[in-house]
Design a protein around this ligand. Sequence first.
Ligand code: ADP
Ligand code: ADP
Length: 235
Amino acid sequence: MLCFDSVALRHADGTRALDGVSLDVPAGQFCVVLGASGAGKSTLLRTVNGLARPTTGAVRVQGTPVAPRNLARLRPRIGMIHQQFNLVARATVAQNVLCGALPAMPLWRMLPGLFTDTARRKACALIEAVGLGEEHLLRRVSELSGGQQQRVGIARAFMLDPPLVLADEPVASLDPQTSHDVLDLLRRQARERGATVLCSLHQLDLAREFADRIVALRKGRVVFDGAPQAFGPAA
Ligand code: ADP
Ligand code: ADP
């Protein structure tokens, strides 16, 4: 499903953000990338959507190499969930979720008001699926709590039924109980829709609870790769 083949990424200043990362993530897996700040988690996720380019090695999504010529084709297949939600604060919940359909749209469809009825119905269904009632549809995102905003982010990420979802520290700005609820929701949505998830986290307890597999990074290297039960405190 997702393959990292000896990926290394060195920044212009010489920082080795990734150093020889090789991973195969099978379809349907909820794979957690665990590591402290600066370990390379964001960089790893960014090599999948083309926001970061490996210095050496390759990343493939369903066999397609992540390269500039393929990005337009890959983008609709990759849902994105961000630490700071990356929503349009002044727009409504429904408008934000509809934005998740944009990567698959021709330019003329991007004009406001031209979303199809199918897209609108899908957005409503997703908003309900992430636990926001009808009363939230037309509320501005800026009026919502952090946990509610991330639910909107999750709904948006699933708009195109992507086979792959990238979640970059999706709960880093939420309190523990909300973090738990949001990760539970993300995992349930992924299972129901058959999506593979690559999710970065820095909290060991959350990784242990939600991951099918933990890949721990330290200084850009994989220092553990296996089942959560096998991840010891010393790893
Ligand atoms: P994490 O997401 O685990 O916090 P990052 O992937 O953001 O880690 O960063 C990995 C390493 O790369 C860190 O040492 C970070 O400081 C460095 N880094 C990230 N972006 C840049 C950049 N644009 N230029 C130089 N170094 C960078
Ligand atoms: P996070 O850990 O939440 O991913 P960071 O605070 O590490 O975010 O980085 C925020 C932004 O700054 C990112 O775009 C990253 O690429 C960039 N960055 C991080 N470290 C460096 C660095 N040493 N030099 C230049 N840019 C960096």
